[in-house]
Design a protein around this ligand. Structure first.
Ligand SMILES: *Cc1c(COP(=O)(O)O)cnc(C)c1O
Length: 376
């Protein structure tokens, strides 16, 4: 037999795009020999809750033991807070793992998964990696077009992914729109509702999605400890969903998907409401300031319900990101997410945002100068 190992890799995996993460600060500082601020990965600029750090340190003492593979304590705490049973909570290696598991459990070749153009790239990867066909529905005004998504459902549809608020555009749809959309989705189709940024959204309320979940059999809500809880590096997130679905996901996950350190950190972070409140309030103040600052420079940021700002800046978006990088501000070009003319800036601390605004002003002034020269 002369088959090579590479030939075993199916075309649908061979063709997958590589996930492009935000560039690490250390890498940029080493390369450019400058001090940099990272506004590229929507991380919490205020850091983790000190109580989470303390709990994680204590848990390290037991690092020689395997963690609780069933994450009992954390699931119990989450169930209590969200008003569901512990069987309806799944804890994952970040919500990333759960995004993948949903497709792995329900999709296969011959079926279809639907998501929106201009949404979170891992949704598309999860669908394609299952061997199913990816159906991408266009957006309207940088937001999910739920009517068009409902119309895209066919007898082959197995899973639909939504992010609310959406990454990278920062827009959100209301609970009524969600409810109306779900009304048109057959019971045999799973709707994955990724609420990674819901704490930051002035127009949304987590309790409302939880209430909708109670009425709808086919909803899987994803939440994460990576954003408002400030534990992105710990890799832990969770889902609220039907016990039958979660038990199938349990069979596929690696036996100890989350570490004992992450579980302890997450449990303590949940209890530190003061930290969460401070992070939400600071983000709201800085979001307003950064948006107004960018508008003041003649840019047009899309109103944001999240901890980042999305804006169309024209065909030179990539150059603009490179120029910002040279000035020590790491932001995200979005060509690989389907927006070649847009950039995404995570909202940082006041100091970081000032540095971003100053760098942006410098770049735009230089451009205006060049434009004048060209016009002469
Ligand atoms: C940041 C983010 C997440 C979080 O992923 P984790 O694996 O939990 O770190 C999930 N969904 C979206 C849309 C995000 O932007």
């Amino acid at each position: 037999m002369t088959r090579t190992m590479e030939e075993l890799i199916p075309d649908y995996i061979r063709g997958l795009p590589v996930y492009v993460p935000g560039r690490p600060i250390e890498e940029v500082e080493r390369e450019l020999k400058i001090h940099a601020v990272k506004l590229a990965s929507n991380e919490n600029p205020l850091g983790p809750s000190p109580r989470a750090v303390e709990a994680a340190k204590l848990a390290l003492e037991n690092a020689h033991r395997y963690p609780d593979g069933g994450t009992y304590l954390l699931r119990e705490a989450l169930a209590r807070r969200t008003g569901v049973s512990t069987e309806e909570i799944f804890v994952g290696l970040g919500s990333s793992e759960i995004i993948d598991l949903a497709s792995r459990v329900l999709l296969r070749a011959g079926l279809q998964g639907i998501t929106s153009h201009g949404s979170y790239a891992p949704f598309s990867v999860a669908i394609r990696a299952s061997g199913a066909e990816l159906v991408l529905v266009p957006q309207r005004h940088f937001a999910f077009d739920l009517d068009a998504m409902a119309k895209a459902i066919t007898p082959k549809t197995g899973v639909i992914y939504l992010a609310n608020p959406n990454n990278p555009t920062g827009t959100a749809f209301g609970a009524e729109e969600l409810d109306e959309f779900l009304e048109g989705v057959p019971d045999g189709v799973l709707v994955v509702l990724d609420e990674a940024y819901i704490h930051y959204a002035p127009s949304l309320n987590r309790r409302k999605s939880e209430e909708i979940y109670r009425r709808r059999k086919n909803l899987l809500i994803l939440r994460t400890f990576s954003k408002v809880y400030g534990l992105a590096g710990m890799r832990i997130g969770f889902a609220i969903g039907r016990a039958e679905l979660l038990s199938a996901m349990n069979k596929l996950k690696t036996p100890f998907n989350t570490s004992g350190v992450a579980q302890a950190g997450a449990l303590a972070a949940l209890d530190d409401r003061e930290h969460v409140t401070r992070c939400i309030a600071t983000n709201a103040i800085e979001r307003k300031r950064l948006s107004e600052g960018l508008s003041g420079l003649g840019l047009r940021p899309v109103p944001s319900e999240t901890n980042f700002i999305f804006m169309d800046v024209g065909p030179e978006a990539k150059e603009m990101c490179d120029e910002l990088l040279q000035l020590g501000v790491i932001v995200r070009p979005l060509g690989w997410m389907g927006f070649p003319e847009a950039i995404r800036i995570s909202i940082g601390t006041a100091e970081e945002n000032d540095k971003c605004l100053a760098a942006m002003a410098e770049i735009l002034t230089k451009r205006a100068g060049k434009g004048e020269l060209a016009a002469r």
